[in-house]
Design a protein around this ligand. Structure first.
Ligand code: HEM
Length: 196
């Protein structure tokens, strides 16, 4: 059983690593803003391709997280009832469900509207004058949701370690508050030194 637990924890932690994407999406859009160049095909088409295609990867990592998490709940001896009785385990699957919902809204509703606008960008002609404010409004909404996603991933991570090691729940709450501040910082500005 220990081998199964070890294997599932490796899969679970690798998925956690890959779910750092909201942080790097915030870095990408904040660096685009800092770059300051006007809306253009070569910059903005490239950036939208990265963000659009990353959503598919995120869905796969979220699915892996859910499957390995459910398997861990069983293999590590917590039992199904722990999904409703262990507060930090509840935080984790609720956070994951919200993450899946937000990503679905971004990928199936928001991104297609951004794509309609981004497709008006041509390599050999300037963009229509009214395009920039329209695309900026949708990008701002997407960026806000990325900030919320980053916080949810961090909160689930902190809760996960509390599930395994049962450290003081107040420390977990304090760490989740700190992760909210970090997510806010990463949302507002490029974080040149990683943590600040
Ligand atoms: C964004 C979502 C999630 C993240 C980032 C996450 C992250 C983590 C982390 C970092 C650990 C600690 C591993 C260790 O101490 O070595 C953990 C443990 C655990 N996670 Fe998750 N997790 C997530 C979602 C879930 C879900 C949805 C479930 C269940 C349905 C789940 C079930 C568990 C269980 C049972 C453990 C304890 C494993 C053990 O003690 O062997 N996780 N998680």
């Amino acid at each position: 059983m220990l081998e199964w637990r070890g294997f599932l924890l490796v899969v679970h932690l690798l998925s956690t690593l890959m779910m750092a994407a909201p942080f790097y999406m915030l870095v990408i859009v904040n660096e685009r803003a800092r770059f300051g160049a006007p809306l253009g095909y070569f910059t903005d088409r490239y950036m939208e391709n990265i963000i659009r295609n990353n959503a598919v990867r995120c869905f796969v990592f979220q699915g892996t997280m859910l499957a390995s998490g459910l398997a861990l709940t069983l293999v590590s001896g917590y039992g199904w009832s722990a999904l409703f009785t262990l507060p930090t385990l509840v935080v984790k699957w609720v956070a994951l469900l919200i993450l899946i919902s937000l990503l679905s809204y971004i990928h199936f509703s928001l991104q297609p509207r951004i794509e309609v606008l981004a497709n008006q960008l041509k390599p050999d002609s300037p963009p229509p004058a009214d395009l920039a404010p329209k695309i900026t409004a949708l990008r701002k909404r997407r960026k806000k949701l990325s900030g919320i996603c980053l916080f949810l991933v961090l909160a689930a991570l902190i809760s996960g370690i509390q599930v395994t090691f049962r450290y003081n729940i107040y420390l977990a709450i304090a760490l989740i508050i700190v992760s909210a501040l970090f997510a806010w910082r990463a949302y507002k500005k490029p974080v040149p030194l990683g943590w600040v």
